[in-house]
Structures are given as structure tokens and as C-alpha cells.
Design a protein around this ligand. Structure first.
Ligand SMILES: Nc1nc2c(c(=O)[nH]1)N[C@H]1C(S)=C(S)[C@@H](COP(=O)(O)OP(=O)(O)OC[C@H]3O[C@@H](n4cnc5c(=O)[nH]c(N)nc54)[C@H](O)[C@@H]3O)O[C@H]1N2
Ligand SMILES: Nc1nc2c(c(=O)[nH]1)N[C@H]1C(S)=C(S)[C@@H](COP(=O)(O)OP(=O)(O)OC[C@H]3O[C@@H](n4cnc5c(=O)[nH]c(N)nc54)[C@H](O)[C@@H]3O)O[C@H]1N2
Ligand code: SF4
Ligand SMILES: [Mo]
Length: 838
């Protein structure tokens, strides 16, 4: 069946069976779901699912005698899309009863008794926990200074007030701490977007504009699995397809994802990390055919720099004549010979190296005919929407891969028009809520989120030039302190979510390096096992708070006034209580609380929410007090504004914040970084280039050095069964979404592997054991694994890598810890492995 007729049929049927619920797009039949019976002795409270999936779905919690009886999703309002419709939770949110009562809940504060990482703890009192942390903080501050105190990345709880901000406030009252910049999600994407058009992540056109498009190309774009909320980006995408059945959809991904599942016209199975080559092959067709000269050259001349030599010569001349020292400095590093057109066509200094579709095919695995076909479709489209998802950015040199893909919309010359996007992640809408003020941090230096292990080992000598440290006097002034105290707050990135678990474990095991590791979590995670002191936090269902829709709820904004449905379990305490206690021990109690308890803070923060202009159209209108808001539960506001990327620049004449003020196909900033940054030249492809270029990288498809031992490319992806490592310990979800390494039948057959049998997956960094899923849904030569399973090395079994076998099947046992060249991000999707029967 054609996608078009399939969509029409499913629209008529009203509801297809999806996990996150499905809304009918036809407004003539309003289907009201039956209201589950509420026993007269049952109590209902509103809570929310606060993991880092981009939506904070509201959750209805039913209790009886203080015990959770069941969890329901939101179905309070209409099902009709776009009129403050329901925000339905996915399978994860609906499993919160299991998660809350999981046997591995942290029940009391604990201190380590064995070797760090061994996982041996004894319970201690809250008083002892708070006193120990207070005195250790004071000792470490005096001995090593505030720069030696660090809070790691942690995205497990998108609270409003009860958040990690409490710890930041505490540490700021103690004189400050070392902060990180960036994130594991899309830091290379952000770097690429900033270099190209000077704005960050979600600055693409909103998906609502797909009504005006005739071609959709999604490169590593999988909203149906990574934005699962019943009102999130995944749902917006489905609705957009239903609203425009004529839209032709081409998906470029090494995996056949749920975002396809019959809704695409074509799946192009690409090799991981080769998108830049694919984009170059398309660009070659567009330029060499004369299409760009005839159709978009005027756009490129007016709005971009770097397409051709002349555009760069003009910038150099302008900058040199400006008298501005910064611009003159930039001009000195610009090489007009290194321009996009010559690079693609194989002219000028690139003579003989044309980036043809045939060349691209040999690298990316998509046939020459298919590459040429995509190019033809782009040229023929009146409004192509070409988006590149963040899966492409989580690679070695992912910065370049993203930028290479961003060239395609520019080459069409149509950016700024309805139905078209610049390639960035789609614009999102949000309602506003206030958080606890963190106060001022006098420490100016920051490290990349990803380089914390380096900062433990050699922070004293890390610099801007070599390691991307910011906030120092200049590129060569060292950070000047090693990390000595680590606070991991609602994060699992000390071990599980960071690269190379075995290496991280080694860094942490030595307690003469980091002398204090504090973990605040709700469950005994792999990171918690490396704590000196464990602080058991209350879970969401035990918490009062005002939370918003998080950061990627698509066009829907909402606020949830959460109220505790059960008393804090065991001895768990909220982050506000925990930090108040530690502050007390440090003589900072009054400064921390300002004399207000949780209820007073929540009310005060709520009052500032009332005047936030983002909330002006919330339905129902926000009541006068927080307590009244808690009775209501959810407030929503659908944003039907169609945002077009770069509209203000292309149509409004506002200059961009790039050095040239224009869209930079040639990044002037990166030309400078290429000169200034010091990179390890012995690492394949570890280089910076101001032009977007496909680069052969370590562990990439063309890395012949590792290919012999490790012939398969292994890429991770974000699975429906978890949000990162969160929800891993829910048995229902482990049953619902299999944890297995995907392999193409041809690769499985070559290894004699049978569906479902246990395999070992290994490289030099480690070995994992898990079942294999033999499926044509993954490209030949590629293995794919949902990230986030819990690291669980078995000390009694050594793998071929010489490490204990990780029977938890955590992909980060195999990933390499190597910050990327430009922005020092995480290349966790770039790996090479071998696979054999266990
Ligand atoms: N190989 C590979 N690695 C990856 C990725 C990948 O694609 N591949 N993705 C990366 C990305 S994009 C990200 S954002 C990171 C995410 O990395 P993390 O931010 O570490 O995310 P989670 O694994 O969800 O860990 C969150 C932690 O918060 C805890 N938590 C949950 N609720 C609460 C609460 O109420 N209170 C407290 N105190 N703790 C709570 C959870 O138990 C969990 O331990 O992982 C990155 N790692
Ligand atoms: N269910 C679920 N949802 C989540 C999360 C989760 O853990 N679980 N995490 C949330 C967070 S914090 C984030 S940052 C986002 C992450 O969202 P994304 O970064 O978009 O997620 P990924 O699954 O890493 O990658 C998206 C797609 O890119 C593909 N891909 C990987 N490498 C390549 C490549 O080299 N080329 C091409 N063309 N495609 C490639 C993958 O197969 C996948 O289908 O998801 C969020 N949503
Ligand atoms: S995991 Fe995301 S989509 Fe699922 S319930 Fe939680 S917030 Fe909603
Ligand atoms: Mo992320």
C-alpha cells in the first residue's frame, strides 16, 4: 500500500495501536476514553515523569491507604490535535509504580566500606552523612581550592524546585565550584549550528510548516522513538504527515526505525559516520549540473560566505579594511582557496578530487543511483525540509558531519521560505516555571562536560588550547586544579553514560585522585556503586513541585503542579532537605534556606510563574496559589505559531552573530580554531577544518587500522525501553523492549549466529554479553545497540578484550573516551567491534 493511502486509512480508523497512545485527527468523531473507576477510598494526585526525554509528561497517581494502586495517563482534555490536547505518557511513565517500588531503591544514606567501586556499603544516619560531606567539603576546599569541586552531568530529573540546583546553591555558598559546559546530547550539533548560522539547537523550522513542504529528508531523525510523549515532537511529526499525505519522505539511517515503519517513501541505509560523504555526493550533483548557478547562486551570494573563492576574498578584504583587530586576526587565517565549490567539484587546490556521487557511494553504502535520485528530488522540490538529527552528531568529528548536512538546505537557496528548514532540530514551545536561585559562582573556568575524567587525572595542566578549558586568562593558562570532590546528582555519567566504563572505573577506583564521591540518586546504579556517600532522594511521586514540559515537547507547552501521592519511602529525603542539612553543618543553614521551608519556596516560585508571559494563555488560567494549582494538576497551551528558521535574517535583514554576520559555509571561527587548537595528530581524522568535509576517522568505516580486528561498525541509539539508564530496572520494560544487539542477516550468517543466542561483542576497551537480534532493519556491516543498559562486569569471566565481561550489556563498555576536535564532545556512536557466539 502507498504511504499516502495508508495514512488516509489510519486517519479514518481514528486510532492505531501505539504505546504512547494515538489521537484521532478527524474532529467529527470525538472519542472519549472510558474513565477508569475510582474507588471511593482511592485518592488521585498529579505527578509527572521527569526523565530526560524532552517531555515531562503529567502522570495521574492513584493511591489507597498511602500505597500506589495504579498509574494513569492524562486524558483530561480533548483528543483533537492542536487544541490543548492530551499529553499522554509512554510505556515508561506508565510503569512508574514498578519504578517507585523497585527493590533496588536506595533506602537510607550509606557510606562505602570496601574499595571504591566494589559496591560495599553500610547504612548511616542522615546526621552522619551530612556531617561527613560538610567536613570533607571544608577540608577539600581548604586544601585544594573551590576549583577542585565538581558536579557531573546528570539529567535524570527535570524538576522545577527539587532539582540539582539545590546542590549548586550549596556549593556556591561554599565559595563556588568547577562548572562544565555542553551536554552529551547535541554538543557537536550546537557547535556546528553556531559555526554555520550562530544559533543553537532547536532553531530549525517548526514541524507545523510541513504542511507547505513537498519533500522531507530526515538524516538520523527518529522522533517516534526518541520523542515518545503523546504530545511531543514524535506526535507532531505523525500529525504533520497525516495533514500532508502528498509529502514525500526519505529517511537516511543505518537502522529502519519506528519513525519509518511504513510511513516513509524510501529508506536509505547509510553506514554510520559517513553522512558527510553522502551530502557531498548530493552537493556535487547540484553544483556540477549547473542547477546551483541557475537557481540558488543569488541566495548563496547574498546570505552566505564560503561557497566560492570570490566570497571569501571579499570577506578578507572587508576584514582587513575594517581596522578592527579581531576581524583582522580572523582575516589572517582565512584561505579563499579552501572554498566549498572547489572542494566539491575537485577544482583549484582540490583538482582531481571531485566529490562525485560514485565516490560517496563507495563510502556511505548508498548506491550512486540513489544518491543522484535524492539530488534530483531536492532540486525538483519547491519546499524541501531537510533535517539532520542528533544521532549524526554523536560521532567522531560529528561536528563536521552535521555541518556537511547543513549545506544541503543552503544549496537549495530556499532557506527562510515556508515549508523549508535550515537543517537544525525543530523549534519547540515551552511554558515557564521558576527554579531555586543557584546564587553566584565566582569560579570562571569551565571544562567540557565530557572531559571530567581528564580533570580528575590532570586538571592542573589542562588548557584551552589542548582541552577546551574556557574562562582562563588565555589559551595557555592552565585550569590549575585537579578534581578532588565529585557530586553526581541525578546522573549516571560517572560510569554508565560516559564513554569507556572500564577506564572511568579505573580513574574513580583510586581514591587518592578524587577523594570524595557523593551520589544522590533513588536507585543503586552503576555510578552509585562508585560513591563514598550515597544520598537517597525521594522519587517524583513523593514530591511537591511545579514542573514544565521540559525542552522538546514539540508545539505543546504545559505545566504540572505535582503533589505527593505517597509519603517519602524509607528514609529518603528531598534534595532541598538534604542540602539544607549539609548547609546547616557548614554554618550556612540560614543562608541556604533564607528561613523558608519547601512550601514557602514553592509558593514564592509559583508567584513568579504567574507573571511569566509564556504562561499568559495557559488553560485553565493559573490560579492564585500553588496549593490551588496542585488541585488542578495540568495547565496547557498549544503553540500554533509556525516558526521558519533564519526568517529574521533572510526576510528581516537582521545580521547573524557569526563573524561575517552571514551564514558561514566556511566557518571563520573554526579557521581560527584550526590554527589555535592543539590536537593529537597521531589520531586518525583528529583535525579541524573550516569547511565541512568528510573526514576519515578512527573507528570509522574507512579506518583500516582497526578494521581487521574489528570488522563491524557498532552504533548506539536511544531505545524506547529506557531513557538512557533510567527505567532500566523496570522488569515490564525489559520484557517489552528487548535488549539485543542488532545484526544484519548477512553478518550473522557469516558468523554462524542464530536468532536470540548469546553473543560476545568486544574491542580493545571491553567485552559485553547479550542476545543477538538478526534483522534486516540494520545495514550490513553495522551492529546497533540501544544505549543505557547497566554496566555489570562479572569479575569471574574474562572477555577477549582482557576485561571482565559486562553481562549488563552496556554499550559504553565499548565506546572510546576521546573528546572531539572542535567542541570536546562525545563520539559515542563511533565504534568498531567483533561479534561471536558467547
Ligand atoms: N553510548 C552512548 N552513551 C550515551 C548516549 C548515547 O547515545 N550513546 N547518550 C548520551 C546522552 S544524549 C545523555 S543526555 C546522557 C544521559 O546521561 P544521564 O544524565 O546520566 O542520564 P540517566 O542515565 O537517565 O541517569 C540519570 C540518573 O538520574 C537518576 N534519577 C532519576 N530520577 C531521580 C530523582 O528524582 N532524583 C535523583 N537524585 N536521581 C534521579 C537515575 O536513577 C539515573 O541514575 O547519556 C549519554 N550517554
Ligand atoms: N526513548 C528514548 N527517548 C529519548 C532518550 C532515550 O534515552 N530514550 N533520550 C533523550 C535524549 S537526552 C536525547 S539527547 C535524544 C537523542 O536523540 P537522537 O540523538 O536523535 O537519538 P539517537 O537514537 O542517538 O539517534 C537518532 C537516529 O540516528 C541514527 N544514527 C546514528 N548514527 C548515525 C549516522 O552516522 N548517520 C545517520 N544518518 N544516522 C545515524 C540512529 O540509528 C537513530 O535512529 O533522545 C531523547 N529521547
Ligand atoms: S519517558 Fe518521556 S514520553 Fe515517556 S512518560 Fe516519561 S516524559 Fe513522557
Ligand atoms: Mo541527551
Amino acid at each position: 500500500m502507498e504511504r499516502r493511502s495508508f495514512l488516509k486509512m489510519s486517519a479514518a480508523m481514528g486510532c492505531a495501536a501505539t504505546v504512547s497512545g494515538c489521537n484521532s485527527s478527524s474532529s467529527d468523531v470525538e472519542v472519549v476514553p472510558p474513565t477508569p473507576p475510582v474507588g471511593s477510598d482511592e485518592k488521585l494526585n498529579w505527578s509527572a515523569c521527569l526523565v530526560n526525554c524532552g517531555s515531562n509528561c503529567p502522570i495521574k497517581v492513584f493511591t489507597k491507604d498511602g500505597v500506589i494502586t495504579r498509574i494513569e495517563t492524562d486524558f483530561e482534555t480533548t483528543d483533537e490535535y492542536g487544541v490543548n490536547h492530551q499529553v499522554r505518557a509512554c510505556a515508561r511513565g506508565r510503569s512508574l509504580k514498578q519504578r517507585t517500588y523497585a527493590p533496588d531503591r536506595l533506602k537510607t544514606p550509606m557510606k562505602r566500606v570496601g574499595k571504591r567501586g566494589e559496591g560495599k556499603f553500610v547504612p548511616i544516619s542522615w546526621d552522619e552523612a551530612a556531617s561527613t560531606i560538610a567536613s570533607e567539603l571544608q577540608r577539600i576546599t581548604e586544601s585544594y581550592g573551590n576549583k577542585s569541586i565538581f558536579t557531573t552531568y546528570g539529567s535524570g530529573a527535570y524538576y522545577g524546585f527539587e532539582s540539582r540546583s539545590n546542590f549548586h546553591r550549596l556549593l556556591n555558598l561554599n565559595g563556588g565550584y568547577l562548572k562544565y559546559y555542553g551536554n552529551y546530547s547535541w554538543w557537536q550539533q550546537t557547535a556546528a549550528a553556531k559555526a554555520t548560522w550562530a544559533s543553537g539547537s532547536t532553531t530549525g523550522s517548526s514541524l507545523l510548516t510541513l504542511k507547505d513542504s513537498d519533500l522531507f529528508i530526515g538524516i538520523g531523525y527518529n522522533p517516534s522513538e526518541m520523542r515518545q510523549s503523546g504530545s511531543g515532537e514524535g506526535y507532531d511529526y505523525l500529525q504533520a504527515l497525516q495533514a500532508n499525505p502528498e509529502l514525500e519522505v526519505i529517511m537516511v539511517d543505518p537502522r529502519y526505525t519506528d519513525s519509518m515503519a511504513g510511513k516513509e517513501d524510501q529508506w536509505l541505509a547509510i553506514r554510520p559516520g559517513t553522512d558527510a560523504a553522502f551530502a557531498e555526493g548530493i552537493a556535487y550533483e547540484m553544483i556540477s549540473s549547473g542547477w546551483v548557478d541557475a537557481n540558488s547562486k543569488a541566495f548563496l551570494d547574498q546570505f552566505c560566505i564560503g561557497f566560492d573563492k570570490a566570497s571569501l576574498e571579499q570577506v578578507v578584504a572587508e576584514f582587513e579594511a575594517s581596522g578592527d583587530a579581531v576581524k583582522m586576526g580572523f582575516a589572517a587565517n582565512i584561505d579563499p582557496e579552501n572554498n566549498y565549490k572547489d572542494y566539491i567539484l575537485g577544482e583549484g587546490k582540490f583538482a582531481g578530487e571531485a566529490k562525485t556521487a560514485a565516490r560517496a557511494a563507495g563510502i556511505c553504502g548508498i548506491s550512486e543511483a540513489n544518491i543522484k535520485n535524492v539530488a534530483s528530488k531536492i532540486m525538483a522540490a519547491s519546499a524541501p525540509y531537510i533535517i539532520t538529527g542528533a544521532g549524526v552528531n554523536r560521532h567522531a568529528n560529528g561536528e563536521q558531519a552535521m555541518r556537511a548536512c547543513y549545506m544541503l538546505p543552503l544549496l537549495t537557496g530556499k532557506v527562510g521560505q515556508p515549508g523549508v528548514t535550515n537543517g537544525g532540530l525543530p523549534a519547540q514551545s515551552s511554558l515557564g516555571r521558576a527554579g531555586l536561585p543557584e546564587l553566584t559562582n565566582p569560579i570562571t573556568e569551565k571544562i567540557s562536560f565530557y572531559t571530567w575524567a581528564d580533570a580528575v587525572e590532570r586538571g592542573e595542566t589542562m588548557t584551552g588550547r589542548k582541552d577546551g578549558v574556557t574562562g582562563t586568562a588565555d589559551l595557555d593558562t592552565p585550569l590549575g586544579a585537579n578534581i578532588k570532590a565529585i557530586f553526581s546528582i541525578n546522573g549516571n555519567a560517572l560510569i554508565n553514560q560516559h564513554s569507556d566504563c572500564n577506564y572511568s572505573a579505573k580513574v574513580l577506583e583510586d581514591d587518592t585522585k578524587a577523594e570524595l564521591v557523593v551520589v544522590c540518586d533513588c536507585w543503586m546504579t552503576s555510578t552509585a556503586k562508585f560513591a563514598d556517600i550515597i544520598l537517597p532522594d525521594t522519587s517524583w511521586l513523593e514530591t511537591n513541585d511545579l514542573v514544565n514540559d521540559s525542552y522538546a515537547s514539540g508545539n505543546m507547552g504545559y505545566l504540572t503542579a505535582m503533589s505527593t501521592s505517597i509519603e517519602p519511602l524509607w528514609e529518603c529525603k528531598s534534595m532541598f532537605e538534604i542540602c539544607s542539612m549539609i548547609a546547616d553543618k557548614m554554618g550556612l543553614g540560614e543562608a541556604f534556606t533564607e528561613g523558608k521551608d519547601q512550601a514557602a519556596w514553592l509558593e514564592e516560585l509559583y508567584q513568579s510563574t504567574l507573571t511569566n508571559p509564556k504562561n499568559a494563555n495557559a488553560e485553565p488560567p493559573l490560579p492564585a496559589t500553588f496549593v490551588e494549582a496542585q488541585q488542578q494538576g495540568v495547565f496547557r497551551s498549544f503553540d500554533s505559531t509556525v516558526r521558519i528558521s533564519l526568517d529574521s535574517f533572510v526576510n528581516g535583514g537582521e545580521p547573524l552573530g557569526t563573524p561575517s554576520g552571514k551564514i558561514e559555509m566556511y566557518s571563520i571561527d573554526w579557521a581560527q580554531k584550526a590554527v589555535e587548537y592543539e590536537l593529537d595528530g597521531s589520531i586518525l581524522g583528529h583535525e579541524i577544518d573550516p569547511l565541512p568535509k568528510y573526514q576519515i576517522t578512527w573507528d570509522g568505516y574507512e579506518d583500516t587500522a582497526t578494521a581487521a580486528d574489528y570488522p563491524l561498525q557498532l552504533m548506539g541509539y536511544h531505545t524506547k525501553g529506557r531513557t538512557h539508564s533510567s527505567y532500566h530496572n523496570v522488569p515490564w520494560l525489559r520484557e517489552a523492549v528487548e535488549d539485543a544487539v542488532w545484526m544484519n542477516p548477512s553478518d550473522a550468517e557469516a558468523r554462524g549466529l542464530i536468532q536470540g543466542e548469546k553473543v560476545l561483542v568486544w574491542n580493545d576497551r571491553g567485552t559485553i554479553e547479550l542476545p543477538v537480534r538478526v534483522t534486516p532493519r540494520v545495514a550490513p556491516g553495522v551492529a546497533a545497540l540501544g544505549q543505557g543498559a547497566w554496566y555489570q562486569p562479572d569479575p569471574n569471566r574474562m572477555g577477549p578484550s582482557g576485561h571482565p565481561i559486562d553481562i549488563g550489556g552496556c554499550i559504553n563498555t565499548l565506546t572510546r573516551y576521546l573528546p572531539t576536535p572542535v567542541c570536546k564532545g562525545n563520539p559515542q556512536h563511533t565504534n568498531r567491534v567483533q561479534i561471536a557466539k558467547a
